[in-house]
Design a protein around this ligand. Structure first.
Ligand code: 5GP
Length: 194
């Protein structure tokens, strides 16, 4: 997605060999027009699948799952990172090791919002080690739902996430695939996305 790559080049800040900060348009302040465009792009890419629900994880996947849900005309569900007192008794859950915070946490989804009749598209902001997305894939499978695929806004292709998901038989599509990054030099895969 050309406009996304352009924004990453212009506004992305490389914090380390593996961490890209995109707080000006994706992760803290959100460019709403771009988020809606991202949602339409995911809807177009997965148009061959009759998706009934979009699934993401709080907090930074929410705006893209919402935009995708609007484009597809279906609800979105966001997995919660710990079991809140207000959450239903019956939940699907999976352990996840956080890439940015380095700690392990549980992701939970109330069983009433995901079931065997659902066809689920998972959407998230970043694909890095893949831990968060593997957790969501496990939850979809535990629910007995069908997985249409995984859509990521930014993939750091030099990390292991895509490989882990593909090993699990998951179809992955990322809108910007970064093959290498250093200050002032962000490189994308030849076709940018796939
Ligand atoms: P994972 O390692 O599980 O694929 O990444 C989990 C989450 O960490 C992503 O959904 C994203 O919120 C965050 N994350 C991973 N890599 C980066 C990065 O380079 N920059 C930012 N801003 N967040 C990241």
């Amino acid at each position: 997605m050309e406009i996304l790559q352009e924004r990453i080049r212009r506004e992305g800040r490389i914090l380390s060999d593996t961490v890209l900060k995109v707080d000006s348009f994706l992760n803290h302040q959100v460019d709403t027009a771009l988020a809606l465009e991202i949602g339409r792009e995911f809807a177009r890419i997965f148009a061959d699948k009759p998706v009934t629900k979009v699934l993401t994880i709080e907090a930074s996947g929410i705006q893209f799952a919402m935009a995708t849900g609007i484009a597809l005309g279906v609800p979105f569900v966001y997995a919660k990172k710990k079991k809140a007192v207000t959450l239903a008794d019956k939940v699907y859950s999976a352990p996840v090791r956080s890439f940015t915070r380095g700690e392990e946490y549980q992701v939970c989804v109330a069983q009433q919002y995901l079931g065997p009749s659902d066809k689920v598209l998972i959407v998230d902001d970043f694909l890095a080690t893949g831990a968060a997305l593997v957790g969501l894939v496990d939850i979809v499978r535990e629910a007995g739902a069908e997985l249409a695929g995984v859509g990521c806004v930014i993939e750091k292709s030099f990390q292991e996430g895509r490989g882990l998901l593909e090993e699990k038989g998951v179809r992955v599509h990322s809108l910007a695939r970064i093959v290498s990054m250093s200050p002032g030099d962000v490189r994308f895969a030849d076709n940018g996305s796939s």
